[in-house]
Design a protein. Structure first.
Length: 405
């Protein structure tokens, strides 16, 4: 049996980030993942991947610390410095820009595969022990961490297990951590489209009766213009849209987006997934601690979900490294309580805000429609309020650990 400091279960974007962060601090880390942890060759001519993230400046600071940001830029990253939000059922509109920020961009649109690939490239040169393609894992929880039994029978032991295995986290369930869950009764349809007009590094989102539709700017290629779209739809409407021919889909999308991107010239394959909210009632129990989607999932309304996970990584790293430096038991409940206090309240606030926006813009009552249009117009005339919202959206108003400031 091999004993190490921390075992991370789940090698997605959040799990891989945490493995690198703890490795840089000198802790012994094992990363266990069901799929491959091998980085793949990349070409600018590779097809666009349908799932993207809107990275905040706070997340970028973490990636720079981990040494992976340059690797992402070498692949495909599109900064955006403007954002436009409007009500498709009225005349209200609000526009944001990065002029009030210390950096020139509001954020960056990056394909999830690009993020993970850069992390895997860095992992290959680290001292993290990686066990991938582990389709069958067994766990023994001892009350202070536990054991992970790999599919070939090898036993790994650590005083702290980290669940980074997604919204359906088996490790969270085995540890007995309860969660609050909500079905949004919507599906997200995602794809990449080629547009007639340039996006000018602007992220745009329209609130429709059916749900929000976002056009997120992607890096241009060969003089052509691309956007990643996320369209929130009721299941029956998602069925209808998904069944359309490519030509009919492009026409429907152009109409819904009020032709603000000009003609929709082409669309890649469409994918869809149900939208659900989940929030663990506690972030740790008996030597198991949750990060990322294992702890919380939110509506993709503002692209903030993965940023919450990256800040989980940064804060948990800071608390564990501080405790380890003092020669305290970094797996102790009172250490993990600090992580929970710093993250759960902020994540709860973000989830409540997303739910509030969804309810506000999903309402058909005429009075509410009038109020939200008036609110958007008023907000657009209040630069101080807009600056506060921009700072929050950029992730600069959160509790950012010292090591990435």
């Amino acid at each position: 049996m091999q004993t190490i400091d921390v075992i991370i279960v789940g090698g997605g974007m959040v799990g891989a980030s945490l493995a690198l962060a703890l490795d840089r601090s000198g802790m012994q880390v094992v990363l266990v993942e069901q799929q491959t942890l091998q980085a793949r060759p990349f070409s600018m001519q590779d097809p666009w991947q349908p799932r993207v993230s809107a990275l905040t400046e706070a997340s970028v600071k973490l990636f720079k610390y981990l040494g992976v940001w340059e690797g992402m830029i070498a692949q495909r990253v599109c900064p955006y410095s403007h954002m436009t939000v409007w009500d498709g059922e009225g005349t209200g509109q609000v526009e944001f820009d990065s002029k009030s920020l210390p950096q020139k961009n509001l954020g960056y649109i990056v394909e999830n595969d690009v993020i993970r690939n850069a992390l895997l490239q860095e992992l290959a040169g680290s001292t993290v022990q990686c066990f991938d393609e582990q389709s069958q894992l067994e766990y023994k929880l001892t009350g202070q961490g536990g054991e992970v039994i790999l599919q070939r029978g090898e036993v790994l032991h650590a005083p702290l297990l980290v669940a980074a295995d997604g919204a359906g986290s088996r490790l969270r369930q085995l540890s007995g951590i309860p969660s609050n869950q909500k079905d949004y009764s919507h599906h997200a349809l995602v794809t990449t489209v080629e547009t007639e007009l340039c996006h000018h590094h602007t992220a745009r989102q329209v609130f429709l009766d059916s749900g929000p539709l976002a056009f997120l700017p992607l890096q241009g290629r060969d003089g052509l213009h691309y956007c990643s779209i996320v369209w929130s739809l009721l299941p029956a409407e998602a069925d209808r849209i998904e069944a359309l021919s490519d030509e009919a889909f492009c026409h429907e999308l152009q109409r819904a987006f009020e032709s603000r991107a000009g003609q929709i010239l082409k669309a890649d394959k469409r994918f869809r997934f149900p939208l659900r909210q989940l929030h663990a009632r506690q972030y740790h129990r008996q030597g198991v601690v949750l990060v990322g989607d294992a702890a919380h999932t939110i509506h993709p309304l503002a692209g903030q979900g993965v940023n919450l996970g990256f800040m989980d990584v940064a804060v948990l790293t800071e608390e564990l490294v501080r405790a380890n430096g003092r020669e305290d038991d970094f797996w102790a409940s009172y250490i993990l309580d600090r992580y929970q206090r710093r993250r759960r309240g902020h994540n709860s606030s973000m989830m409540a805000a997303m739910t509030g926006f969804q309810n506000l813009f999903g309402a058909n009552d005429l009075n509410i429609r009038w109020m939200r249009n008036a609110g958007l117009k008023l907000t657009n005339r209040l630069p101080l309020i807009k600056d506060m919202m921009v700072e929050h959206a950029a992730g600069l108003s959160v509790d950012i650990p010292e090591f990435i400031r």
